[in-house]
Design a protein around this ligand. Structure first.
Ligand code: ZN
Length: 116
């Protein structure tokens, strides 16, 4: 089965849906959809800092266009979104670091153990 792909609103790179951050319109504000289960239209970001910067430029014009929201009625708080994206990224990095450390540890063979 093919993995559904989505396009980063900033760099137009396509990637598998799980690799991208999903932005949705929440309670009258744009927010990061951390669970990827939020109903409705989503805008996607590939997670690079440059793309977040580009997407947030001009009051989030790229995000607003992708979500088909106008200039009014929906708040797009750049600082709040940066915080949410940062938290999401840190979670991913931390999980990966733990995984790598565990792998290294289990693969380590003590020197001079006499076994090969
Ligand atoms: Zn991008």
């Amino acid at each position: 089965m093919a993995i559904p792909t989505r396009t980063c609103v900033a760099c137009r790179r396509t990637a598998g849906k799980p690799e991208l951050l999903r932005l949705v319109v929440g309670e009258r504000a744009v927010q990061v959809d951390l669970t990827a289960r939020h109903a409705g239209r989503g805008a996607y970001l590939c997670g690079r800092g440059a793309c977040l910067d580009a997407a947030l430029r001009r009051d989030g014009a790229l995000i607003r266009r992708a979500l088909r929201i106008g200039d009014r009625g929906v708040t797009l708080d750049a600082d709040a979104l940066r915080g949410q994206v940062g938290a999401a990224g840190q979670e991913t990095v931390a999980a990966g670091a733990v995984h790598d450390a565990a792998k290294e540890h289990s693969g380590a063979v003590p020197l001079g153990s006499g076994r090969s």
